[in-house]
Design a protein around this ligand. Structure first.
Ligand code: BJ8
Length: 426
């Protein structure tokens, strides 16, 4: 029995299901991450975080709650961590990246629903996500239809579900709506935590969140080197851990990793040989432990050098201006920052295409893998025009649509290999 069994039991987790989940997760991690060659030593910290993802980190959350701090769980990068930190709260991304208990999920939501949403319900109904069970507030958002309707079903199952309304167009009225919603969310956080957001506390929240983003931006910059100093899988893992580690410790660990990678770049060392085909992946976010496509790509002779994704640059590209002189000015800055996010739920959404093109150029990529989760209408519908525009500019695109199962692994591998052959010929 693990040291944490009592804690999991206190959280109301299903111990047998949870055990089974951890064993599958551990096995996949071993096969996918620990079998990689020439990994940077700095990844040891992230391996440790993953080994304690349901252990030490949850213990920290429980201790923080005992000290009167609140835990705020969410499923989307539109939930501002700055505001959560400003009430001394802890922001965590919630489990939604694995095909766990889909039978249980399909009893309450339709079968033909995006796997990310079904996964959230699978975890909830199987009682295996300690982050969800430890959350004092679960924040939903009005993004895609699947999520927004599913929150109505999730509401009675969780502690305190709070939904943030979001604009669907980048208009002046859309920005005004976002600001009003963030104002209301701020009041919700103040009420729940019994703490007031002050100029100082919000400035601090912005500084901590920006530092975290700056560290992953530094990592992204280092991936522009050829040979790539770190695999796409490891870089994705760092971007995934971004959502649930302690932010200050995470920032220090990413910067330590970057120091090491800088040395590698100076010496011309990499994880794959110089000249390995470089790909950017673009589309739906990949939550832990969704590593299927990057693993297939990197075990087929290519390296992923960037993610145009919410678990990647779409989520971290923008910083929040922290020089406002009042809470209201800082709230304006937060609104400005988040209003940039070019999620496919916006219509039209031209900046996403621009960012894919920019990333293709700046990472010296040879192609784009467009990644859509099955039944994710915003990204699937957008993928057609994105492919046409990119191919029209001479950028090779591989359009993939998949779920969380392993059934199509062989088929995806065949398509990736054919894509790489095409790239080699061009
Ligand atoms: S800002 S990408 S994190 S909504 S994959 S649930 S869109 S059907 S996750 Fe997302 Fe926020 Fe947008 Fe980013 Fe719906 Fe698509 Fe499923 Fe999705």
């Amino acid at each position: 029995m693990s040291d944490y069994t009592q804690m999991w039991s206190d959280l109301g987790l299903d111990l047998a299901g949870h055990d089974a989940l951890l064993s599958v997760l551990g096995g996949a991690y071993q096969d996918i991450f620990l079998s990689q060659k020439n990994r940077p030593e700095g990844m040891e910290y992230f391996d440790f975080v993953m080994s304690e993802v349901h252990g030490l980190r949850i213990k920290e959350l429980m201790e923080a709650r005992d000290q009167g701090r609140i835990v705020v769980g969410s499923y989307c990068v539109f939930v501002p961590e700055e505001l959560v930190l400003a009430v001394d709260g802890i922001s965590v991304g919630l489990c939604a990246g694995a095909e766990f208990n889909f039978e249980g999920a399909e009893e309450v939501v339709p079968r033909n629903l995006c796997p990310l949403i079904k996964s959230a319900f699978g975890f909830k109904r199987g009682l295996v996500c300690p982050y969800l069970e430890a959350s004092d507030i679960v924040v939903g958002e009005n993004t895609c239809d699947g999520k927004k309707k599913s929150y109505e079903i999730l509401a009675p199952m969780v502690n305190d579900l709070y939904v943030v309304d979001l604009p669907q167009m980048k208009s002046d009225s859309g920005k005004k709506l976002l600001r009003e919603e963030y104002r209301a969310f701020m009041a919700k956080l103040e009420d729940k935590s019994a703490r007031q957001i002050t100029l100082d506390s919000l400035k601090k929240g912005i500084a901590v969140t920006n530092a975290k983003r700056q560290a992953v931006k530094r990592l992204a910059e280092l991936r522009k080197a050829d040979p790539a100093p770190i695999s796409g899988l490891d870089a994705l893992l760092v971007n995934q851990i971004f959502f649930y580690d302690d932010p200050v410790r995470f920032t220090a660990s990413v910067n330590a990793l970057c120091d090491e990678l800088e040395e590698r770049v100076k010496k011309g060392e990499g994880v794959f040989p110089k000249g390995t085909p470089r790909l950017v992946i673009s589309g739906c976010p990949m939550a832990v432990p969704n590593w299927k496509v990057p693993f297939i790509v990197e075990s087929s002779g290519a390296v992923i050098v960037g993610e145009e994704s919410c678990v990647g640059e779409r989520g971290t590209r923008w910083l929040t201006a922290g020089d406002g002189t009042s809470v209201e000015e800082l709230l304006d800055a937060i609104t400005e920052r988040y209003f940039n996010i070019d999620c496919a739920v916006f219509t039209p959404n031209p900046s996403r295409l621009q960012h894919i093109e920019e990333m293709f150029g700046s990472y010296n990529a040879r192609g784009i893998v467009h990644y859509s989760l099955q039944f994710c209408h915003p990204y699937i519908v957008e993928s057609g025009p994105v492919e046409n525009d990119l191919e029209g500019s001479g950028i090779p695109v591989l359009r993939l649509e998949t779920d969380y199962s392993q059934e199509d692994t062989g088929q995806i591998k065949t398509r990736v290999e054919a894509f790489l052959e095409r790239i080699h010929k061009e």
